[in-house]
Write a protein that binds this ligand. Sequence first.
Ligand SMILES: C[S@@+](CC[C@H](N)C(=O)[O-])C[C@H]1O[C@@H](n2cnc3c(N)ncnc32)[C@H](O)[C@@H]1O
Length: 447
Amino acid sequence: MTPAARLQATLDLLSDIDSAARPADAVVSAWVRSRRHIGDRDRGAIIELLQTLLRHHARLGWWLAKQGRDATPRDRLLAWLVLGEGRTPERIRRLFNGAKAAPAALTEREQAFLTRLRGCTIVHPAMPDEVRLECPAWAEAALRRRFGAAFEAEMAALLTPSPLDLRVNPIRSTREAVLGGLKDLGLRPEVSRLAPYGIRLNERLSLARLDGLRTGAIEIQDEGSQLVALLVDARPGERVADFCAGAGGKTLAIAAQMANKGRLVACDVSEGRLKRCAERVRRAGIQNTETRLLTSETDRWVKRQKGSFDRVLVDAPCSGTGTWRRNPDARWRSPEEHGLDGLVALQGRILASAARLVKPGGRLVYATCSMLAEENENRVAAFLSAHPGFRVVPPREAAPGLAAAVEGEYLSLTPARHDTDGFFAAVLQREDPAPAAEGENGPPPGA
Ligand SMILES: C[S@@+](CC[C@H](N)C(=O)[O-])C[C@H]1O[C@@H](n2cnc3c(N)ncnc32)[C@H](O)[C@@H]1O
């Protein structure tokens, strides 16, 4: 591909992302699948430029507004080439030349605006904090409350490119064997700092080169997500429910902890995600796991299974603020389900209902990939005041292997402090003898 054709492909992708209601990574995956003819280097360069543009969304928008321009994909790319890459308008004109597969030729107005930007850099002293730090209005106050003096450092960490984290599946391989295989490919893998089966790659590569993804020997999973699964501390032979299993990221890690013994039920309200979970379970060689589609968090199955699980993980739907490093576009989509308040209410309902599954002495693990207290500490506090039969088990007690990573009552990972995605997890042990009496349709009112 010519450099100009790469720019046009980036523009096409950016336009697709702007017009689709789906996350950028889903649009990129579909684009990659439909253009298998594009070579690794071209694909890598296009995706890297796209991610860069997404990470500078607010700052580019600010510059464009100052120039009286709309933040169209084309204007964002043009502005980036000057402000971010320091290209001259003349060089840009040679790329935007209207040739086959190249972007349309520059208009006079475009040339004039690029000339005005010449010599400027992407950050301007007059930019408001929320623009400079790419922090959306809906989350800024809550993140400032959460981080206090560390707000800037955490926002800056969320703007760095994320590494590629892998989890070795011990049912199929060992970390040493996978590390050896990656080195044979000429890569420079590192052992994860905290996760015992984790491997980190800080270089750009085509996933097609990673054979282990096809054989089930490895999974792509952020180190923070691996640590949350470890906190469940599921043992071989136990009964475990992964209540919001989705496509099974944590399900697979928990099944491996259980060494394929016992019973793991992966529940979700999304049929599509559970189907992907079942496929991954098969590929990973897992035999102790079944999927269960729920009609809602109060599905009748929950009542029938009341008090019968040793471990229940609730990896709740959340704002995803902890994943902005990996999904830079996510911050510009306000939370689903009627905003943050709607999400918080849903989290409370899911937690109260899933808690019914826990047997006396068993544990409920509540996790999110959010860094907002509203979805984390406050949710747990509300749950505990309605469920006095549960007590908090600090992570160093719940999973002693994690002691180095955590202090305090909860697992609370952030990109700046732990170099992982932002994750929260609380372990809650049922101390009372049995779940409270309840009606047909779910937990008692106020639960
Ligand atoms: C954070 S994602 C789970 C990610 C998954 N555990 C993983 O590690 O890959 C949250 C999941 O909650 C599911 N969910 C949403 N509403 C739910 C409900 N009422 N009951 C159960 N699951 C729900 C969503 O479909 C989504 O798959």
